[in-house]
Design a protein around this ligand. Structure first.
Ligand SMILES: [Zn+2]
Length: 473
């Protein structure tokens, strides 16, 4: 007997971490799980998200931050949300700097004259009338460029040829995107005439990927554009033969502040706590923003609608936010966090769908350490989908970053992004890339997540406030 007791004691030590998963303090009750399972079944048959994405990308098209089309998208959303029966529908306005692209072109002038496919990067200054021509200086990596001296590049065209790594979780992006953020300022410091980067993307198609840049107001900037991957290859090959001169013309302009807005709709709950979900309504101007982020708009609108059709008042209010002006620097997200800073303690959880239309493969959370039992409970809820276990450091999605930085617990149904950066910010981001089956899997899991988050017992913040890490930036 003592031996057996010892064995059992040892066994319980080994299974201790596993028992966390079935932690009695942090489990969802059986009724809630049964309701979530019914939503999952409905989600797999639901075609509303697919139809919403089709409608948005067809009837509105590209939705650049601060544009007339972004304004039409807000009207489109308000109309649809009303028709779907959501409550407290409103637009919360804010200002954004409007930047427009009119035309862009580039060509190798010598030694092998031929056109190059480029696209101006958001916020770039235009080239002077007649364009700029200069000899190209290529850097294999962004780090090499940052290490380069501040003189010797006067009148040159800087070319950063760094490639991006393809990955399921999109981790290659955060590395690759650095060159897009600061090259224009760094090239200006070195007296360059213009700067080019190999597109931040993983495609081999002949589309350049646009995206936002971060300009320092104090430093001058130079005209800044991205080459498609095959054109970056072509330029690198030409440079093997000796000096290469390139001509660039960018007709772009910053028009100053205009109005944008976040569209908000709710399923009112019985308490003043909030579950924030949504996607972003704006897109870049080159494609029709189907994967970025028509998909997230469609998935969360349709999932919330499935929940709404249950005709049951949830414990917490479900607040759907269709964010504005995400692409140019999370402008709508920052405006919301500022406008709602006094009620952030009522934000129970927040999550955004903004990683394309691929299937969900992993769950990530950002809960207090003493509430990780709920992360296990969510994984248990979705156990039959064999999702991977992410970390507890998710931001919850780009537009949730300001909220999670201020202590709002975040959750993310991570989508497979293996192919996402083939399309991201290119003219090729169009509705034909949306797969009904993948979107339905998203709606199924999202609707279950929303219902459980809106009705579960407990809290995702720490019981001991001293342990809470609240970052401010
Ligand atoms: Zn996006």
């Amino acid at each position: 007997m003592p031996l057996r007791a010892l064995f059992l004691a040892l066994l319980s030590l080994f299974i201790a971490p596993l028992s966390l998963a079935a932690d009695e303090d942090h489990r969802f009750d059986d009724k809630l799980v049964a309701e979530a399972n019914r939503l999952i079944e409905k989600g797999f048959k639901d075609e509303a998200a697919y139809e919403i994405i089709e409608s948005l990308t067809t009837e509105i098209g590209p939705r650049m931050a601060g544009s007339e089309q972004e304004a039409r998208a807000r009207d489109w959303a308000v109309k649809r949300l009303k028709k779907m029966g959501f409550k407290n529908i409103r637009i919360e306005p804010f200002e954004v700097d409007r930047w427009v692209r009119r035309s862009e072109s580039a060509a190798i002038v010598s030694p092998f004259p031929q056109p190059l496919v480029i696209t101006a990067l958001g916020g770039s200054v235009p080239t002077p009338k007649g364009g700029v021509t200069g000899d190209v200086v290529r850097f294999e990596s962004f780090a090499d460029f940052l290490d380069s001296p501040l003189t010797g590049y006067e009148g040159k065209i800087i070319f950063i040829d760094e490639t991006m790594t393809r990955s399921q979780d999109g981790s290659g992006y955060s590395v690759a995107v650095r060159k897009r953020r600061t090259t224009a300022n760094e090239a200006a410091k070195r007296g360059a005439a213009a700067a080019l980067i190999r597109s931040v993307g993983t495609s081999s198609h002949r589309f350049a990927h646009t995206g936002s840049t971060r300009f320092s107001a104090e430093t001058p900037r130079v005209p800044f554009a991205a080459l498609s991957a095959p054109d970056a290859d072509q330029l690198a090959r030409a440079l093997k033969h000796g000096p290469v001169s390139v001509h660039i013309e960018l007709d772009v302009e910053s028009l100053g502040p205009v109005q944008s807005g976040n569209v908000i709709a709710e399923i009112p709950g019985r308490t003043d706590e909030l579950v924030v979900i949504g996607g972003h309504l704006d897109s870049w101007d080159l494609g029709t923003g189907a994967v970025d982020d028509g998909a997230g708009v469609g998935i969360t609108m349709a999932a919330a609608h499935l929940v709404k059709k249950m005709n049951r008042k949830p414990k917490r209010t479900i607040r759907l936010i269709l964010w504005g002006s995400e692409e140019v620097g999370l402008v709508g997200a920052r405006a919301y966090a500022e406008a709602h800073k006094d009620e952030l303690d009522k934000h129970f959880i927040a999550s955004e769908s903004d990683f394309g239309g691929g299937k969900i493969w992993r769950i990530s959370t950002n809960f207090a350490e003493d509430k990780l039992g709920y992360a296990a409970a969510f994984r248990h809820l979705f156990a039959r989908f064999t999702l991977a276990e992410g970390n507890n450091q998710t931001s919850g999605g780009p537009d949730i970053i300001p909220l999670s930085a201020m202590g709002v617990p975040a959750f993310r149904l991570d989508q497979d992004g293996t192919d996402y950066f083939d399309l991201h910010h290119t003219p090729n981001d169009t509705f034909d890339k949306i797969k009904l089956e993948d979107i339905q899997q998203n709606v199924a899991l999202w609707s279950a997540f929303i219902w459980v988050a809106a009705n579960m017992e407990g809290d995702l913040r720490s019981d001991s406030p001293a342990e809470e890490t609240v970052e401010t930036q």
